[in-house]
Design a protein around this ligand. Structure first.
Ligand SMILES: C[S@@+](CC[C@H](N)C(=O)[O-])C[C@H]1O[C@@H](n2cnc3c(N)ncnc32)[C@H](O)[C@@H]1O
Length: 268
């Protein structure tokens, strides 16, 4: 039962049990779910230069790590869940420079200070239940990133989840008790949810400078059935429209996944 998973105190056991319910290896396999991946890759590539080193924290089943390793970059992937580590391992080939560690994003002491140009922190922030641990994770990201490097963080939008839950999965959602009826804050289960302002506060409290804020998947989950039925040309045009919208501030909150691109403050 999903509720039992949340009672598990040990971080690794809880996250592992969650991914026994959610199959991460197929999450990005439809036209609709691919939008988040393609948008994120496009944003990373704006900052990527040949020879740069990439660290992927919370690498899942390796979609981002493998993509960049296949494209000739030196990549390090760190992942908490053993099953996911094994799934990445199976896909690494001898032509890739991909180092893989099983580890927790709040302590990556195996990684040297200031050693990566690009640090991806996609998801640990919405698994780490305690705010102190989310801050610790961001401190680790800052520590291992070069002074002129870029740090990418992903969040799940509190406000958009209410919309998609109600419209796609449970029409009685708004009658339920999984959110505060006054301020619309969701109960942080099975993930930790952030409003756009929560994301900004967390990153700024960690003394990071926000360069860009991106609606990573926009309305894709809400419109999944329509998007999945598009022919390839319609999908290409839809994607192009999404790319046009995704950096507009007025679209930001209306996206299930939020991507923040940051750099170190010169005052740090
Ligand atoms: C939803 S998956 C996303 C994978 C991939 N980064 C992506 O964006 O598609 C989140 C991954 O983060 C991992 N994870 C969660 N908390 C973590 C932590 N504290 N340290 C390392 N990995 C963690 C989970 O095990 C899971 O594989």
């Amino acid at each position: 039962m999903m509720e039992d998973v949340f009672k598990i105190k040990n971080e690794e056991d809880r996250v592992s049990a969650l991914y026994d319910i959610f199959d991460e290896s197929t999450r990005l396999s439809t036209k609709a779910t691919q939008i988040e991946f393609l948008t994120t890759i496009r944003q990373i590539e704006k900052h990527l230069k040949p020879g740069m080193k990439i660290l992927d924290l919370g690498a899942g089943t390796g979609e981002y790590s493998l993509y960049f390793a296949r494209n000739g970059f030196e990549v390090t992937a760190i992942e908490l869940v053993e099953k996911h580590v094994m799934q990445i391992k199976e896909k690494i080939n001898s032509e890739m420079s991909l180092q893989l560690f099983k580890g927790n994003a709040i302590d990556i002491s195996m990684i040297e200070d200031k050693s990566y140009d690009i640090v991806l922190c996609f998801r640990p922030l919405y698994h780490l239940v305690k705010i102190e641990d989310r801050m610790k994770c961001i401190e680790e990201v800052k520590r291992v990133c070069k002074d002129n490097g870029k740090m990418f963080f992903a969040f799940i939008s509190n406000d958009m989840v209410i919309l998609t839950e109600t419209m796609c999965y449970n029409s009685g959602f708004l009658n339920g008790d999984t959110y505060n009826h006054e301020n619309f804050k969701l109960v942080d289960f099975p993930f930790v949810f952030h409003t756009v302002e929560d994301c900004r506060k967390l990153l700024r409290d960690s003394n990071l400078v926000i360069n860009s804020e991106v609606a990573a998947d926009g309305l894709s989950e809400l419109l999944a059935d329509k998007i999945n039925n598009m022919d390839d040309e319609s999908y290409r045009l839809w994607l192009n429209y999404h790319y046009y919208c995704c950096e507009k501030p007025e679209f930001l909150g209306a996206s299930n996944h939020l991507l923040f691109i940051t750099e170190k403050s010169t005052l740090d």
